[in-house]
Design a protein around this ligand. Structure first.
Ligand SMILES: Cc1cc2nc3c(=O)[nH]c(=O)nc-3n(C[C@H](O)[C@H](O)[C@H](O)COP(=O)(O)OP(=O)(O)OC[C@H]3O[C@@H](n4cnc5c(N)ncnc54)[C@H](O)[C@@H]3O)c2cc1C
Length: 481
């Protein structure tokens, strides 16, 4: 007889494994199915290994500017890319093992294989179509295997994979996805990055720091197109100062491959076509949900543009089937996946005061150099929504800590509703902003007023003081500019 659970989760990324832990905490008999790697894309090929690579890049950048800080480092600084990659893979492996530990600690059964929903309340787990390729991330011990399993609630948390443009499909050799870009055997001399969203620009930043000649090609008029234009203009200037070439309103229409290089045909807004030759290209044109071969169509689960359609609590149109994380649509971010997992499980259990996920309050961070972080509406979006707004700005050039750090190129920008004082959005570029943005996220979540923010004491000297000054600026009360 099929083993029965209260809840089975398909996919052990940040959405799935966090949902599993919460379900177990709430007393549900829980199982999680995984076909490739505990921790999903985030821990193994996404958030974490990129941050490890970017940390190496950051240290190299600092070392190359040691003189600016009165330090003498002898000889030319350079990267041993094999060691850089090995460190990044090691960081991932450690966290991958950590998810295994969490499953054991929380008494969540791990089922190894590929799951398919056969009917509401039942899945069949077959042989994985994705053999484990990473020696650091072996199939964990004591997992359950192929077979039929039943559960009252099934949560689909299968994540997403790279999107490909027709005719410019990644081949793993000359045209890379994030998988190949994450562990190059050697550094290319030159690189084209197609797409300047968070993934594209983080890799562009990493490879530039490693000394690679990088050209970013973005079809939209600005890089990091979802971010506020003032912030991305500063980021662009800084990236270009570091030697990165950036083409915006530019489209790669064709790629010609040679034995060990490629030539991209790039069409710019004025209709001109230029050819750029490079050793490698990274295709970073977005991701698409893993909705295939899951039996979703057969059981009638509604999907739209490659993602499962859900309500604010992860419920699909079919009773007992839920979806969370990347497979349930944008923003495709790990913290959104985790939050949706917790909300979904708490709603299943019937806890009181469970709030639907508010996608308007999901922060976004890009860990390039300089960093970019934001939450809420951009100025353009606030205006588009017809909001009467007040905007405040504070430059890092007037912040003592940023100057002491030698990182005075940055901006904090806030957007308030003029009538109600509601914080509509916050946008930052510069040192450590990915750590700082959470201050604004908490403020938005607690529906803090502008007055409360202005009366909050910020520690000195910190870059966080730019946040308070930006708020003060919105109300004509800036102190240090
Ligand atoms: C290069 C890169 C950098 C990123 N950086 C960040 C960042 O800094 N911050 C951030 O918030 N987000 C980042 N992301 C996005 C983040 O990785 C995703 O948003 C997050 O992993 C989504 O979590 P998830 O649980 O929905 O799915 P995933 O992490 O994709 O996990 C899904 C899991 O489901 C498994 N699976 C799929 N189908 C089946 C099946 N049929 N049976 C069994 N198992 C199955 C997969 O093997 C996988 O392990 C980055 C992504 C990339 C690619």
């Amino acid at each position: 007889m099929a083993e029965n659970y209260d809840v089975i989760i398909i996919g052990s990324g940040p959405g799935g494994y966090v949902a599993a832990v919460r379900a177990s905490q709430l007393g549900l008999k829980t199982a999680i199915v995984e076909r490739e790697h505990l921790g999903g894309i985030c821990l193994n090929w996404g958030c974490i290994p990129t941050k490890a690579l970017l940390r190496s890049a950051e240290i190299l950048d600092h070392a190359n500017h040691a003189k600016d800080y009165g330090l003498v480092l002898e000889g030319k600084m350079s990267a041993d890319v094999k060691a850089v990659v090995a460190r990044s893979r090691g960081v991932s492996a450690r966290l991958n093992g950590g998810v295994g530990f969490l499953m054991k600690k929380n008494k969540v059964d791990v089922i190894w294989g590929e799951a398919r929903i056969t009917k509401p309340g039942e899945i069949v787990v077959g042989k994985s179509s994705k053999p484990v390729v990473e020696p650091q991330n072996p199939v964990p011990k004591n997992v359950k295997g192929e077979g039929t399993y039943t559960a009252k609630h099934i949560i689909v948390a299968t994540g997403a994979r790279p999107r490909a443009l027709p005719g410019i499909e990644p081949d793993g050799k000359l045209i890379w996805t994030y998988f190949e870009a994450m562990k190059p055997a050697a550094l290319p001399k030159s690189l084209i990055v197609m797409g300047s969203g968070a993934i594209g620009i983080e890799f562009a930043s990493f490879y530039r720091s490693m000394g690679v000649d990088v050209t970013v090609v973005e079809v939209m008029p600005t890089i990091m197109p979802v971010e506020d234009v003032e912030v991305t203009a500063i980021a662009r200037k800084q990236l270009e100062k570091r030697g990165m070439k950036i083409l915006t309103s530019a489209k790669i229409t064709k790629v010609e491959k040679a034995a060990d290089s490629l030539t991209a045909h790039v069409e710019t807004a004025d209709g001109k076509v230029q050819q750029i030759t490079a050793d490698r290209m990274i295709s970073a044109v977005g991701v698409q949900g893993n909705i295939e071969n899951l039996g979703l169509e057969a059981v009638g689960v509604k999907t739209d543009r490659g993602c499962v359609v859900i309500d604010g609590y992860g419920k699909t149109n079919i009773a007992g089937i839920y979806a969370i994380g990347d497979v349930a649509g944008p923003p495709m971010l790990a913290h959104k996946a985790e939050h949706e997992g917790v909300v979904c499980v708490e709603k299943i259990v019937g806890l009181p005061n469970v709030h639907a996920t508010d996608k308007g309050k999901v922060p976004g961070c890009t860990y390039c150099n300089p960093q970019v972080a934001s939450v809420g509406l951009t100025e353009a979006k606030a205006k588009e929504a017809g909001r009467d707004i007040r905007v405040g700005r504070f430059s890092f050039a007037a912040n003592g800590k940023a100057i002491a750090l030698g990182e005075d190129q940055g901006l904090c920008k806030v957007i308030f509703d003029k009538k109600t004082g509601e914080l509509l959005g916050a946008h930052m570029v510069g040192a450590e902003v990915t750590e700082l943005i959470q201050g604004f996220v908490v403020a938005m979540n607690l529906e803090t007023t502008e007055e409360e923010l202005m009366h909050t004491i910020f520690p000195h000297p910190t870059v966080s003081e730019t946040m308070k000054e930006a708020v003060l600026d919105a109300y004509g009360r800036v102190l240090n500019a």
